[in-house]
Design a protein. Structure first.
Length: 575
């Protein structure tokens, strides 16, 4: 069992909500009711992580500044604890380099950048982590304005830049990325979402005539890139052959999953102000773009909105993966429910997400069960892209305050509905920020999901899950046959009192960020799970006996029983 964070005093607090109403007989007044307990506690100071994001360009309103940078949560040194890797958006010769924070046994973090090989400067946007050479160690890929960088994990928390020898060339403005095995050959391939063809000499102004950041509509979009993994750290650009190159869009978010039910991974790209893309895997190395036919190109009004971050998960317990995409504060974030398989419908108006307590521009977002009641919740990292009125954000430099907005948190309820609980979440939603990256993981090993939020020009936030009276839980790590690596793209399902719960294993969702590669289930009052079913990335189906919960287990492909035959095989490892 890993050590927990220890503090001298609690940082937990809540906001009082005053409701004007008439008192009814035998009903406590609003002022006498206890305020709902907050779900997150800001432990940044106690964690030892002192990272302050820098976005430095010659032009004050250079468009890449407002796009932000992400964060990665992964075990960099193989000690079983999550580490945190944070990116700067600064020139290649800058003193502001990306920083790697190693988690110590006591749950605090130390800066190990100097010896890691990851302390590089550049206009960094996104990060994705995965084992590209099947040696059991997670490697790191960065996207930039412009280009990509790939770092091989040498072991013991040390990395080496292998971009050139890997054959990775991306002359465009890279944003989010995903590692997935699109041809099911056992090697993780790479998809890089590219944004616009930005011209730094172009000057833009707000409606009031003030200098401001340019809209993506000012510049032409670009094509995203698909790289096939040839093995041993070598990649081949197959964007043209695969049919990706002909579809232009200002892409910001990406997630890869099987969206049509044929067992092969597809690609969904959230485009900024243009119709989204859904590339369906044709199982022959090529993809067909089918976003319009499958219902995810536009919202229900037929509008293309400003797609930023992506959340993925089964919201309404029908066994199908749904999509949630964040948009501008003048728009509405969109929830597409899948059903029948392969087709999606915009169900935002009936979900409770269309009428939040406040409007904001969403970027990073996650669908996750924070309170372990068996239903997915929604967290959104917010921050504007055009000037608003000056905000009360004392922790921000004056330049960024007109772009500051408050984050949002929605609790999942029965039937795919959500309730806005942002007003009672001071740590996550209290102070306006220009938030961008949002990553998910169990930082302190207590089985609950914590959050890391990056904000432009300000300090990263480390938020510990402190939901009171959480339900039972189960976390599953999945290891693929091809090597010792995490089985990205695997789907795990279990039965919770007659309700199917389905989870996808991928670190690549949200926005510019890489989350912990572990499948997480909240189980409510259920204290035993008979079995789980795993659909592995290569199409193999297995069952595993589970039994006791409130633990993390590891399942290895080939050690279960074929799905539908006999009794399930036992889990191979747990803690």
């Amino acid at each position: 069992m890993r050590a927990k964070w220890v503090y001298g005093g609690s940082l937990l607090c809540s906001l009082a909500v005053v409701v004007a109403c008439q008192k009814k007989p035998d009903t406590p007044s609003a002022s006498s009711r206890p305020a709902p307990a907050a779900w997150f506690e800001d432990i940044t100071t106690h964690s030892g992580i002192d990272f302050v994001h820098v976005a430095d360009y010659p032009q004050e309103y250079a468009m890449p500044r407002i796009v932000g940078s992400g964060v990665a949560l992964f075990d960099a040194d193989g000690d079983g604890r999550l580490d945190v890797y944070l990116l700067h958006n600064s020139p290649p010769n800058s003193a502001h380099v990306n920083r790697l924070f190693r988690q110590k046994a006591d749950g605090t973090f130390e800066d190990v950048t100097a010896d890691s090989g990851l302390g590089v400067a550049g206009h960094h946007m996104g990060v994705i982590v995965g084992d590209i050479d099947n040696d059991g160690r997670p490697d790191v890929l960065l996207t930039l304005w412009t280009g990509v960088r790939l770092f091989r994990n040498l072991g013991a928390g040390r990395f080496r830049d292998i971009t050139a020898e890997a054959g990775l060339v991306n002359p465009s403005w890279g944003t989010s990325a995903s590692l997935f095995d699109f041809d099911r050959d056992g090697w993780l391939d790479l998809f890089v979402t590219n944004y616009v063809d930005y011209d730094p000499t172009w000057v833009c102004r707000s409606p009031a005539g003030e200098l401001d950041f340019c809209s993506p509509k000012v510049f032409p979009g670009t094509t995203s890139k698909l790289y096939r993994n040839l093995g041993q750290g070598k990649f081949e650009d197959v964007s043209v052959r695969a049919g990706i190159h002909q579809h232009i869009g200002p892409g910001l978010g990406v997630v890869t999953a099987d969206f049509d039910g044929d067992g092969w991974p597809d690609i969904f790209v959230a485009n900024d102000g243009k119709p989204n893309h859904m590339f369906i895997n044709r199982r022959d190395g090529t993809f067909r773009e089918e976003a319009v036919a499958r219902g995810v190109a536009y919202n229900q009004m037929g509008q293309a909105q400003a797609g930023m971050g992506i959340g993925i998960g089964d919201v309404n317990d029908d066994g199908l993966l749904d999509l949630f995409v964040t948009h501008l504060n003048t728009e509405t974030n969109t929830l597409w429910l899948q059903g029948p398989p392969g087709l999606f419908r915009d169900r935002t108006p009936t979900s409770g997400l269309a009428r939040p307590q406040w409007r904001a521009t969403g970027f990073g977002t996650v669908l996750a069960d924070f309170d372990h009641d068996g239903r997915l919740d929604v967290a959104i990292a917010n921050g504007a892209v055009l000037k608003l009125s000056q905000q009360e954000a004392p922790s921000l430099p004056p330049f960024w305050r007109p772009y500051a907005e408050r984050n949002q948190l929605f609790r999942g309820e029965q039937g795919g509905k959500f309730r806005d609980i942002s007003a009672t979440e001071p740590a996550f939603c209290g102070e306006p920020n220009v938030a961008r990256g949002l990553a998910l993981g169990d930082l302190d090993g207590d089985g609950s999901l914590d959050l890391v939020v990056t904000s432009i020009g300000s300090r990263v936030k480390i938020l510990r899950n402190v939901v009171p009276h959480r339900g039972h839980w189960l976390r599953i790590r999945l290891i693929e046959t091809a090597g010792q690596r995490d089985a990205y793209g695997a789907v795990v399902s279990l039965n919770l009192g007659g309700r199917p719960l389905v989870r996808l294993l991928t670190p690549a969702f949200s926005y510019l960020s890489s989350s912990e590669p572990v499948v997480h289930f909240g189980l409510g009052d259920t204290n035993r799970v008979a079995e789980v079913r795993v659909l592995w990335p290569d199409g193999q189906k297995e069952r595993f006996a589970i039994g006791a919960v409130d633990r993390t287990i590891e399942l290895r492909q080939g050690t279960g029983l074929p799905d539908g035959i006999g009794n399930a095989a036992p889990a191979t490892w747990s803690r």
